[in-house]
Design a protein around this ligand. Structure first.
Ligand SMILES: [Zn+2]
Length: 313
C-alpha cells in the first residue's frame, strides 16, 4: 500500500517511501518541479503522515481526521504553511503584495518551530515558493537547517530550483517531481466536476500542470472562445478584469493556451507546421510586449486576431 494518496508522482513517492521505510527521513527536503505538478500537495501529505493519529503503520494518512483536515486547510498548529498569506498575516499587509520571503518571516518561523509541539509530536514547516527567499532570509534558514530543532521537518517547495542558493540546496535532500501525466491531470479536473471530454482537451494543453488546467477550466470555452467569430478577439480583450495585475495574469494564461492549441494542431494532423509557425512567432512577440508592460487588453485582442486564421477549422 502506498503512503501517499496523490497520483502522478510515482518516482518522488517511491523515493519518500524508501526513506520513511528505512527510518531515514531527512530533516530538510527540497521538492522541485513545474507549477501545478502536485509538489506542495506531496509536501502536505508528508506532513499529514507525521501528524495523523489514525494512520495505519503501512498506509497513508487518513485524510479526514481533524489533524489531516487542518493540514489540508493550512491551519494545523504544528504544520506551518509558509507562503504569501503567512507573511501577510505577520506584516498585516495584503497577500498579493508579498513578492519575496523576508528574513523577519524566517526568524518568526524559527521561533515558532522551536516551541514544543502542541500535541507532543512532530512539527513541520512547508516553505512554498522557496525561490522567493531573500538572501538574508535564505541565510537565516541555512542556520536553522544546519542545526534543526529536534523532531522538526523542513520542506522547501519550488518551481525554480536554480534560484535557490547552493548553500541551502546542499543542506536539503532533493526530490524532483515530474510534470503530471495527462491522465492524472484529466482525473484531477474530472474530480472537480469538469466534463470528461473537456478535461482531456485541457490536460493535453497544459504540459503536466494541473493548476494551469484548472485555471483554464474556469474560463468558459477557453481557448476556443477567444478566437471565435469576428468579435471573439475583441470580446476576449474586453473580458479581462479591470485590475491591471489580474488582467495581465489572465492575458498570459490566454496566450499560453492559444500557443499550446497551435502547437497541437500539426501533431493531430489538423494543420501543417508552416501554418502555425508565423502565429507562434507573433505570440512570442506579444508575450514579450506583455512582460514589458503593454496593455493586456490590446495584447490579448491582437493575439486572438493573429491566431484566428490558423486555429479556424
Ligand atoms: Zn488523519
Amino acid at each position: 500500500m502506498s503512503l501517499f494518496r496523490l497520483s502522478g508522482q510515482a518516482r518522488a513517492v517511491k523515493a519518500l517511501e524508501g526513506l520513511i521505510g528505512a527510518g531515514r527521513l531527512p530533516s530538510a527536503i527540497l521538492l522541485s518541479g513545474i507549477e501545478g505538478c502536485g509538489k506542495a500537495r506531496l509536501a502536505h501529505e508528508l506532513a499529514q503522515l507525521l501528524v495523523c493519529p489514525r494512520r495505519p503503520p503501512d498506509g497513508p494518512a487518513c485524510g479526514d481526521c481533524r489533524d489531516c483536515q487542518a493540514v489540508a486547510k493550512r491551519v494545523h498548529p504544528d504544520v506551518k504553511a509558509v507562503d504569501a498569506a503567512y507573511q501577510a498575516a505577520l506584516r498585516e499587509e495584503e497577500a498579493a503584495k508579498q513578492r519575496s520571503l523576508r528574513v523577519d518571516t524566517i526568524r518568526h518561523l524559527r521561533r515558532d518551530m522551536e516551541l514544543k509541539s502542541l500535541l507532543g509530536g512532530w512539527k513541520v514547516a512547508v516553505i512554498e515558493d522557496a525561490h522567493t527567499l531573500e538572501i538574508e532570509a535564505a541565510n537565516a534558514l541555512l542556520k536553522i537547517l544546519e542545526e534543526p530543532p529536534p523532531k522538526t521537518l523542513w520542506l522547501l517547495v519550488t518551481s525554480q530550483r536554480d534560484r535557490i542558493p547552493k548553500t541551502v540546496l546542499s543542506r536539503c535532500f532533493q526530490l524532483r517531481c515530474s510534470p503530471l501525466p495527462d491522465e492524472a491531470v484529466a482525473a484531477i479536473l474530472a474530480a472537480q466536476g469538469v466534463d470528461a471530454g473537456r478535461a482531456r482537451e485541457l490536460a493535453a494543453l497544459c504540459e503536466g500542470s494541473a493548476s494551469r488546467a484548472l485555471e483554464l477550466s474556469r474560463r468558459e470555452g477557453w481557448p476556443a472562445a477567444l478566437t471565435q467569430g469576428p468579435l471573439g478577439p475583441i470580446a476576449a480583450g474586453d473580458s479581462l478584469p479591470k485590475e491591471l495585475y489580474l488582467a495581465r495574469a489572465e492575458a498570459e494564461l490566454a496566450l499560453f493556451a492559444l500557443g499550446q492549441r497551435l502547437r497541437l494542431r500539426p501533431l493531430s494532423g489538423e494543420a501543417d507546421f508552416e501554418a502555425v509557425d508565423r502565429p507562434l512567432r507573433e505570440l512570442a512577440e506579444l508575450r514579450r510586449a506583455l512582460r514589458a508592460n503593454a496593455d493586456p487588453r490590446a495584447v490579448l485582442t491582437l493575439a486572438a486576431l493573429e491566431t484566428q486564421g490558423a486555429l479556424a477549422k
